[in-house]
Design a protein around this ligand. Structure first.
Ligand code: ATP
Ligand code: MG
Length: 331
């Protein structure tokens, strides 16, 4: 099956006063039709930038984007003109961000913000656009939608505003919804409700999604597959259940140990990963995680591990030399 989105060898750098930041390096991944892919990693690991690059949203200068391709519905997003990518962005791929207040205009009623994209991208009457907006507010469970649609953003709670953002992102029936930390600013109960909502939307509309988060707990319930990013690269990728039940990369294992889990006794200690994220103007040689890895050995210091494991459907892959030594050990 051809994936809906196929990104190959995407790299992004930024020219800064301190040198060249290697934000994303040689990143490849795909998204299947109707799938929810989680991208997890610490702050600065390149999660947002990789999606922004794909969408033509990395400012240049200082940013530079390179890559083999980012194929989506017969087009390569990386080679589209500014105008063509803008059209994809508003229409077939939409993005929502962490803080809805920065994306919603406080001076405009929710009704005009929801209908604006539809009126510019599609030739529809104001009445039709408004009907669609009310339908979507209903879908995202805003009570009394036909009345609330005329309110201003500040009249909604944080969780409600995030629902409005999701409704806005769905107005043009995008094929892909990219949600960048959509629940980070919310308290846990509301967070769980928004994640349930994303799952429900996928079920009802078939929308494929990329869910970006630093919180492994967030991806557990809703994502089909997860990619773990470290220093601008994926270090492990595979089906969510497999990644949780049998994490291979020491970084993934470290992340898992720092998440509270119901299947572990409540007195079990949560640990953090020692050390700090690398300086991306001068990333470590070999495996970028090696300075923080308790299991590193000589090879990790000099040679970067490539993907190991089966790339087939339902399989997990990992970029770690331990995997190779284990495979040799078991032969
Ligand atoms: N406009 C920019 N100029 C210079 N460096 C940038 C710019 N945008 C991003 N970066 C750098 O690119 C790297 C990746 O950033 P990115 O925003 O993708 O991280 P992230 O994984 O999304 O982190 P977070 O969880 O904090 O959102 C970081 O080192 C960041 O400082
Ligand atoms: Mg980010």
């Amino acid at each position: 099956m051809t994936p809906l989105l196929d990104v190959q060898n995407l790299s992004v750098t930024f020219d800064t006063d301190d040198g060249v930041v290697q934000a994303v390096s040689d990143l490849s991944f795909h998204l299947d039709e109707g799938e929810i892919l989680g991208i997890v990693g610490e702050s600065g690991s390149g999660k947002s930038v990789s999606c922004l690059a794909m969408m033509g949203l990395v400012p240049s200068p200082p940013g530079r984007v390179q890559g083999r391709c980012a194929r989506f519905e017969g087009e390569d997003l990386l080679t589209l003109s500014a105008r063509a990518i803008r059209k994809v962005r508003g229409d077939r791929i939409s993005m929502i961000f962490q803080d809805p207040m920065t994306s919603l205009n406080p001076y405009l009623r929710v009704s005009s913000q929801l209908t604006e994209a539809m009126r510019t991208h599609r030739q529809v009457s104001r009445k039709d656009a408004l009907d669609r907006a009310v339908e979507l507010l209903d879908l995202v469970h805003i009570p009394d939608a036909s009345r609330r649609i005329h309110d201003y953003p500040h009249q909604f709670s944080g969780g409600m505003r995030q629902r409005v953002m999701i409704a806005m992102a769905l107005m043009l029936e995008p094929k892909i919804l990219i949600a960048d930390e959509p629940t980070t600013a919310l308290d846990v109960t509301i967070q769980a409700q928004i994640l349930d909502l994303l799952g429900e939307i996928r079920q009802r509309l078939g929308t494929s999604m990329i869910l970006i988060t630093h919180d492994l707990g967030v991806v557990a319930g809703v994502c089909d597959r997860v990619g773990v990013m470290y220093a601008g690269r994926f270090c492990e990728m595979g089906p969510t259940d497999l990644l949780f039940s049998d994490p291979s990369h020491p970084y993934t294992r470290g992340l898992l140990r720092s998440v509270p889990r119901i299947d572990r006794p409540s007195h079990a200690t949560l640990s953090t990963i020692q050390g700090n994220p690398p300086n991306m103007t001068d990333p470590p040689a070999g495996c970028a995680f090696h300075p923080r890895c308790e299991e590193q050995f000589d090879r990790c210091l000099v040679e970067r591990p490539e993907w190991m494991g089966d790339s087939g459907e339902g399989q997990k892959r990992v970029a770690c030399w331990l995997e190779e030594s284990e495979a040799e050990g078991s032969e």
